[in-house]
Design a protein. Structure first.
Length: 137
């Protein structure tokens, strides 16, 4: 009797933690828009910083600033975590067009090549530098 081989290891999608915050927009089914800060992103999902959390398993539209354009996708909200300024809420992509996925992949790959993102790259991602300590609080 042959032993069962272990299942192949699944590799996690590379994640990029943004050095500053990029602003994203969540579109609910009732057409209400909720602003969010994008903290981390990968090809499978990411992490948002929200003032109020959304229900777990809620299906939403998501608009993310990437490069010179935006990526629009459908996502499912996952379990929120309390933070100092509000809630950190992970999400996973449930539907994203192929060309949008390629744009996101290209931008993530570019950020992984340059761990210290320059100020011009931050501006292209919709990220702005803080001008004072008060903005950090």
């Amino acid at each position: 009797m042959k032993p069962v081989p272990p299942p192949p290891l699944r590799r996690r999608a590379p994640r990029v933690t943004l050095p500053e915050c990029a602003f994203a927009t969540i579109l609910l089914e009732n057409r209400r828009q909720i602003p969010a800060k994008l903290r981390r992103v990968s090809l499978t999902g990411g992490l948002l910083d929200l003032a109020v959390y959304l229900d777990e398993r809620l299906s939403v539209g998501l608009t993310l600033p990437v490069g010179s354009g935006v990526v629009q996708a459908r996502a499912e909200m996952l379990f929120p975590m309390r933070s100092v300024t509000g809630y950190l809420q992970p999400f996973r992509f449930t539907s994203i067009r192929e060309e949008q996925l390629h744009i996101l992949d290209r931008e993530i790959s570019e950020l992984l090549k340059h761990p210290l993102v320059s100020s011009t790259a931050r501006q292209e991602l919709g990220v702005r530098a803080h001008t004072s300590l008060w903005e950090l609080l």
